[in-house]
Design a protein around this ligand. Sequence first.
Ligand code: AMP
Length: 480
Amino acid sequence: MNDIQTFEDLGLSDETMKALNDAGYKKPTPIQAQAIPNILMARDLVGLAQTGTGKTASFTLPMIDILSTGRARARMPRSLVLAPTRELAAQVAENFDKYGKYHNLTKALLVGGSAMGEQMKLLDQGVDVLIATPGRLLDLFDRGSMILSDMKILVIDEADRMLDMGFIPDIEKIVSKLPPLRQTLLFSATMPNEVKRLTEKFLSNPRTVSVAPPATASANITQNLTWVTPKDKKRVLAHLLQKEKVANAFIFCNRKRDISSLCDFLKKEGFSAEAMHGDLAQTQRTETLAKFKNNELTLLVCSDVAARGLDVQGVSHVFNYDIPMHADDYVHRIGRTGRAGMTGVSWSLAVKDDEKYVKAIEKITKSELPVVEVDGALARGANKGGTTRPERQDKTKSDNASRSRSRHNNNNSSKNNDDNAQKNTRSEPKKPAVRKPREQKEVNPYDHRTNHNADKHKRYQDDDLPDVVGFGEDLPSFMK
Ligand code: AMP
């Protein structure tokens, strides 16, 4: 399987090859090269791959060819793709449109937040491909809108995220309604025990293909970290947005209420910004995403759940307005830029209490985040004792120099970094302890992973919980 170099080697139909040609793809990605022949041979498959590796096409392409023989009957869909979020489900649906344009397959996208009437009508007409989030699928099933006994192919996409979001009981329920004789494909970036259990339960003698690299940040991304006081965050962000050549950017917040207030602030400052999080109506989320993709909107202020896995071409910047509490999320967030061979820039705004999260990120990415001082932030923040890495206060010039060496491009910034870091070191003996108790209090309530673990199978209610998603050596060259 490893010697597959071209799409011609994969055994896809002429119509699908034509669609691939239209898409401008030159060769299959590693997950495509490994998965497609196995799927075409009707094997069950476990695909260890994350978004950004061409994983979606690795199952949509062969599914289109398999489903092109045969016809859908009313209310009896022939295949089902389960995705954890509405946006990911919509992305899968777009893939079917893109690669299936020379076939006459019918599809329905069943996601929460959109009217059920239209979805029921489509089901009535008969669909070849059903793409759904688990909750909405069960809602419609319970209303008698579909019969699942004719299902030929089941795809469980992003299984580890399903687990994090508490969807496993729903999935088990759904699978129990499917015929035992079917082809099952399961994709996951990581393989926690619970997901492994699912594969053992639902897949029959599966082939496992893997392109999951360790979590590392893409070398195409110039990363920056700046230490700020909580009070200065908005101002520093606005300053960066003005100073940097931001074509478009994801701005990640940890909490929904901060998304709204930050978005309002940015709009007032004259930026083109919209919010994206799980509480917004689906129509609004879809519209906002479409505007962002079409470059009608510059800044998408978002939560992890809304933006995770989103594939938007040519994003110039990612800002972590809040440092993610789970290091894997950092890799995933910044991976929204520097995609498909392009370069990108990320900025992370850290407050003193983020120290432990920054350390965790540095551990997982196996590199020290280059600290860059933002004009004005240090001067103001330093007076308050909040802008420097607490335990690095006594670190010396050579440390800072080595940090600046690890920056990829921006030599000027590196130089500033050195100079400023030295200034930073000198102005160290501040009053770091003063603010700590209050900030500590602010952080604890967000620790929803702890809460989540206490009640593992509760249907997910809040913003996203993370999983490991890496970007690294195994990526095809066009994505490096
Ligand atoms: P995914 O991992 O499915 O989110 O795909 C990531 C991106 O890679 C999407 O924008 C796809 O359109 C693109 N892509 C998928 N397969 C290929 C390929 N063989 N050549 C070039 N781009 C691809």
